[in-house]
Design a protein around this ligand. Structure first.
Ligand SMILES: Cc1cc2nc3c(=O)[nH]c(=O)nc-3n(C[C@H](O)[C@H](O)[C@H](O)COP(=O)(O)OP(=O)(O)OC[C@H]3O[C@@H](n4cnc5c(N)ncnc54)[C@H](O)[C@@H]3O)c2cc1C
Length: 474
């Protein structure tokens, strides 16, 4: 007699959710079903890879963007096999920085291949809708409800909701874009108008590139606490391991000291060869151990990192592709882009203008900037405990999930299973990707998420899609 099939819902089909579906399809039995739910029309792209702008480039080299940890050249091989079909900005080898929309096509192709190439069409149901409810069902599993009203009984669910937009629509005005990734965020800005960007990270960089591509000639102000722009990528030697999590100190100051020392040494070594940028090799060398180092810090030390070091970490770790850095540098050199360390003392936003009273960091006279559009570029939003996202709000309400201790996302265990208000992990409810940032810190980019996804798929398949599966009592 055939064993009953398992149904797993994946909510969100950006990189994380789409890749999880691919892994589960590779492992599922004939009778199993994956429901992949996405509110946007494009499955597999999410926020990062939906951009149609060919000048929005990946901030990671193509050679490190494979979707599969055990096949490091997978993306490079895919690019080679699609050469000549990818439109303008053809990629430039493994060290190149490919347009993000091409990466989205790669992920979409992985899903299409499972449907058309591997005969898994019957195991996958694409649901183009918003998941608005996920309630525990009697006898285990969940009842998932989508905005259109339909309800689906599932045995397990994975939240792959990704990056939340930075701002809440505190100021509903056409002069204020709370979501820099929303399609209309830059619509209708006069080319000579002043634009104000709140934030100076990669999101602000994206917005500047979009404005320049639209022929913007007016001044662009970008402000943040420290006024730090992301550094640029440059050719670097192989990543230099500088810290071993097994022996690393659990204090932030000692870690910082060790990293600075390693960076100084790397700079000196490279300078002796007539080269620069050795610090990049040290930062890259931290990548495989960052999660362990982060988890070795207690909450107080993690909070200190967020308060004092995060802007420096972000600007060194999340770097700009060289072509992007050149355009940003040119805009600064001609005085169009003004990047400054400023604090907002007051803001007055009405229907057609956004006025900001700014105070320079470290003191100095206040300044007023009046912009035709202000864009919130402060990076993905946190504190989900107050989210209006119905599926999360419902799970919080019934105590089925809780925020992580830093309120950056959701609390999960080592296996990505969500932890409820009483501290219990639910084997049938997991989260993946940026939602788990507070617990792992490095869980927001492809090289980290692909590891999470592979491990989660293996665990789910072993527990729920095997003929000898373990029964969990909920
Ligand atoms: C602008 C930008 C550029 C980036 N560039 C890079 C890069 O170059 N390299 C890199 O490694 N990383 C990059 N990242 C990091 C990025 O977080 C990851 O690479 C990855 O895209 C995260 O994917 P995700 O699926 O977890 O999240 P998302 O891409 O945010 O996808 C989540 C999806 O869930 C859907 N969703 C949410 N709630 C619901 C619901 N209730 N019902 C149905 N659907 C829902 C959303 O519509 C969305 O499509 C970038 C991030 C951003 C924001």
């Amino acid at each position: 007699m055939a064993t009953k099939g398992t149904t797993i819902a994946i909510i969100g089909a950006g990189f994380s959710g789409a890749l999880l579906a691919v892994h589960l399809l590779d492992r599922c039995r004939q009778q199993d079903k994956i429901l992949l739910v996405e509110r946007n029309s494009q499955f597999g792209r999410g926020v990062a890879y939906a951009t149609g702008n060919p000048h929005h480039l990946l901030n990671v080299r193509a050679g490190n963007m494979s979707a599969f940890p055990d096949q490091p050249d997978h993306f490079i091989r895919w690019l080679d096999s699609h050469a000549g079909t990818l439109g303008p900005c053809e990629p430039t080898g493994r060290d190149g920085f490919v347009p993000r929309r091409i990466y989205g096509s790669y992920i979409q192709d992985l899903i299409a291949d499972r449907i058309w190439g591997c005969g898994k069409a019957m195991n996958l149901q694409l649901i183009h809708d918003s998941a608005v409810g996920l309630e525990p069902a009697p006898g285990g599993g969940f009842m998932m409800q989508v905005d259109g009203g339909r309800r689906y009984a599932v045995d397990a669910a994975v939240l792959a909701l990704g990056n939340f937009p930075p701002g809440r629509d505190l100021v509903p005005s056409p002069a204020y874009a709370a979501d820099p990734w929303a399609p209309g965020a830059l619509e209708g800005i006069d080319r000579d108008a002043t634009v104000m960007l709140i934030g100076t990270g990669l999101t602000a960089v994206d917005v500047v590139i979009s404005l320049l591509d639209r022929g913007h000639r007016g001044p662009i102000h970008a402000i943040s606490r420290r006024g730090l722009l992301p550094r640029a990528h440059a050719p670097v030697p192989a990543p230099l391991p500088s810290l071993d999590p097994a022996t690393a100190p659990p204090q932030l100051s000692a870690l910082l000291h060790a990293v600075r020392r390693a960076a100084r040494q790397a700079e000196a070594d490279l300078a002796a060869q007539g080269r620069g940028g050795g610090w990049r090799a040290v930062i890259d060398g931290l990548r495989p151990v960052t999660q362990s180092l982060w988890r070795g810090l207690d909450t107080t030390e993690q909070q200190r990192f967020l308060r004092h070091l995060r802007p420096w970490w972000d600007s060194h770790r999340h770097r700009m592709a060289p072509d992007v850095a050149t355009r940003i540098g040119d805009a600064r050199a001609r005085g169009q882009l003004l990047v400054r360390a400023m604090r907002i003392r007051a803001r007055h936003i009405d229907a057609d203008r956004a006025a900001f009273d700014l105070v320079p960091r470290g003191g100095g006279p206040a300044e007023r900037v009046i912009a035709a559009r202000a864009v919130d570029c402060t990076g993905p939003g946190g504190n989900l405990a107050h989210t209006a996202e119905p599926v999360l709000a419902g799970l919080f309400r019934c105590g089925h999930i809780r925020a992580d201790t830093l309120a950056l996302g959701l609390d999960v265990d080592d296996d990505l299973r969500l932890i409820d208000a009483h501290g219990r992990a639910d084997r049938r409810l997991a989260a993946v990707g940026p939602l788990t940032k507070g617990v792992f810190w490095e869980s927001t980019a492809v090289p980290d998420i692909r590891n999470q996804v592979a491990a989660l798929a293996a665990g789910l398949a072993a527990e729920l899609m095997s003929n000898t599966q373990t029964e969990y009592v909920i």
